[in-house]
Design a protein around this ligand. Structure first.
Ligand code: FDA
Length: 305
């Protein structure tokens, strides 16, 4: 049953008509639990609150699968606005974004132009930028974009998904770039031809790549709410004598906030991924797919005014 629900929400996450409808009608159905608001001002308020509790942040102006140049340019402008807000308000925040919102599906020239504009603004404001990883069909291209930009800028990292078979090789190949990587399980619906279908294999692969990346001496963001992965990392860094300055934990806004605070109290860097904006639909559906129990929140939200 859980698998059917998961597939259903991942199927819904790609529905373009529902995405458009959701944008028009604003944050609904409990999406506010996972999304910090629709405007940068609302997001800034949330970030200040998190920062005051010792949590650091990566902010994301929501958007994906953009299919026209004007919208991709506007998405880049919004990310630049977010970077300037970080600088102006002295927020402890990085920036995350998706390549399909910058024009990855349109042209290389567009995506690289938008990314260079963003990275220049980020450099001026001392902001680190992470390229989120989307579905498998964009993975290879996203890594190529990352490699090119990494050879031009220091303030850029990307995400590697443990559910893909190709991942171990990507970790090895990327080592030449000394990359700052966020390691995750993976949130999209992928075929067994390209991704481990069983959760236990994904979990084992995540542990494996966390170890590889740390042992390679690279900065590692362990982005997971899974206690087993968190405890594994704590134990591993002790065994390998890895300092706290070489890794951090990351979690999503609205998920396990108490655990987030505990990790800060234990002395770890804990970064919260804070999404905002009107294009919340696909992000929200992926959060529901990860944990069908979240559907209870949706049902409650539907009956709220
Ligand atoms: P797992 O799914 O095993 O969950 C462990 C426990 O965490 C669950 O039992 C539950 O208690 C809790 N939990 C997990 N998800 C929850 C939810 N939605 N609601 C409530 N509780 C939940 N993916 C991707 O493909 N590309 C990317 O760029 C990113 N970026 C990213 C950034 C950050 C900061 C995080 C934390 C995650 C991502 N992800 C991602 C998502 C990631 O791939 C994965 O889908 C989720 O983190 C869920 O997997 P867990 O590792 O938390 O484990």
């Amino acid at each position: 049953m859980e698998k059917i629900m998961k597939d259903f929400f991942l199927f819904l996450s790609k529905n373009r008509s529902l995405t458009k409808l959701a944008k028009k009608y604003g944050l609904r159905f409990g999406a506010g639990r996972f999304v910090a608001g629709e405007t940068i001002d609302q997001a800034v308020k949330v970030i200040k609150e998190l920062n005051s509790k010792g949590l650091v942040v990566t902010i994301d102006y929501l958007g994906e699968f953009v299919d026209n140049e004007a919208e991709a340019n506007e998405m880049a402008n919004q990310s630049i606005e977010a970077i300037r807000a970080i600088g102006r308000e002295k927020l402890k925040s990085q920036l995350s974004l998706k390549m399909t919102s910058m024009g990855l599906d349109i042209s290389d020239e567009l995506v690289m132009g938008n990314m260079r504009r963003i990275l220049e603004a980020a450099k001026e404001n001392n902001v680190f930028v992470t390229i989120d990883m989307e579905d498998y069909s964009r993975c290879g291209k996203t890594i190529e974009v990352f490699k090119q930009l990494r050879s031009e800028y220091d303030n850029i990292g990307t995400v590697i998904q443990a559910y893909l078979y190709r991942t171990e090789k990507d970790i090895m190949d990327l080592n030449d770039y000394s990359p700052n990587l966020r390691l995750v399980k993976g949130a999209y619906k992928e075929s067994p031809e390209v991704a481990f279908p069983e959760k236990k294999d994904v979990d084992e692969n995540l542990k494996k790549i966390i170890k590889m990346h740390l042992q390679n001496g690279n900065y590692t963001a362990v982005a997971s709410h899974d206690d087993e992965i968190i405890n594994y990392t704590k134990q591993l860094v002790k065994e390998l004598n890895i300092p706290n300055s070489q890794f951090e934990f990351q979690m999503l806004y609205g998920i396990m906030p108490e655990r987030q605070k505990e990790l800060v109290q234990e002395g770890y860097t804990m970064r919260v991924y804070v999404p905002y904006g009107t294009d919340w639909y696909g992000y929200f559906m992926r959060r529901l797919a990860e944990r069908p129990a979240n559907v209870a929140f949706v049902l409650k939200g539907m009956f709220k005014k």
